[in-house]
Design a protein around this ligand. Structure first.
Ligand code: ZN
Length: 278
């Protein structure tokens, strides 16, 4: 499945303002208008806070629901070097990872009837989880079969090039877990720290080269937005609409992350999918 754009929203707002319900309403309107599927990676606390809004989207065939941990703790420590300063943000331990993931999968199952198989790692990390088979082991035991954790460059910064295409965690010993990296910049970072929140045109121009490259080179473009960023200074999601239409015009296909994972699994040579390296 190449020449494809995967749209994933990290849904993680739990403040007082009804940001998440507003976002879900606008995202559903937009995606239905364009006929484009998307995945919501949901923080457990956010699901508890805005459950009625999620109940509606849970039965929407255009949307796939996966998780983003219970309280947005980092799975892995990041040492962010943005060229001007270094910030270290610590990851949590394995027991806490298990609690965070299990609690959210339980919420998705009990409240929305959704079986969770995918996870976006809060903040994302350089190399994803290739250097952390211990974390992969916990995720595997908790039923996770695709991750979206590789989303920082060698400085734990951005952007991440499109050359980094989805890969199986063979060498870490988990050939049945697929990593689907996040490309480019995190929208929250480039809009807050580089462009300014109201520079929507600049933001769109920062993303379209990835769409062009995916179309020209038959690649997958895995794209990240958030609930709170999607409607910040853009309540009707016009920048998102522009990007999605642009990708349609360039002939990209769209899939949910879960459908992309299932297609990758079914096209994988059988011996590879079942082999477990020791
Ligand atoms: Zn997040």
């Amino acid at each position: 499945m190449s020449r494809t754009m995967l749209v994933g929203y990290d849904v993680e707002w739990w403040g007082e303002e009804p940001i998440t319900p507003r976002f879900l309403r606008e995202a559903r309107r937009l995606h239905h208008a364009l006929g484009i599927p998307a995945t919501l990676f949901i923080v457990g606390r956010t699901l508890e806070r805005w459950e009625p809004a999620f109940s509606e989207v849970a039965s929407d065939p255009l949307f796939d629901l996966q998780q983003h941990t219970y309280s947005h703790q980092l799975l892995k420590t990041v040492c962010i070097d943005d060229g001007a300063s270094v910030r270290v943000v610590p990851g949590i331990g394995l027991d806490e990872i298990r609690r965070e993931v299990r609690r959210t999968s339980d919420l998705l199952r009990d409240r929305l009837g959704v079986e969770c198989i995918g996870l976006t790692g809060p903040w994302c990390y350089y190399r994803g989880l290739r250097d952390r088979p211990d974390i992969l082991s916990v995720l595997h035991e908790e039923g996770i079969r695709f991750t979206r954790t590789d989303g920082r460059n060698e400085h734990d910064w951005h952007p991440v090039p499109l050359d980094l295409q989805p890969y199986w965690y063979d060498l870490a010993g988990f050939p049945d877990i697929l990593e689907i990296p996040v490309h480019g910049w995190h929208d929250s970072t480039i809009r807050a720290e580089v462009l300014g929140w109201n520079d929507l045109d600049g933001y769109v121009r920062s993303v379209t080269p990835y769409i062009d490259e995916a179309a020209a080179q038959d690649k997958v473009f895995s794209y990240l937005q958030h609930d709170w960023t999607s409607i910040r200074d853009d309540p009707e999601m016009t920048a998102t609409e522009h990007l999605l239409r642009y990708a349609q015009e360039r002939g990209l296909a769209f899939a949910t992350y879960a459908d992309y994972y299932r297609a990758a699994l079914s096209s994988r040579p059988r011996e590879k999918a079942t082999a477990r390296l020791s």
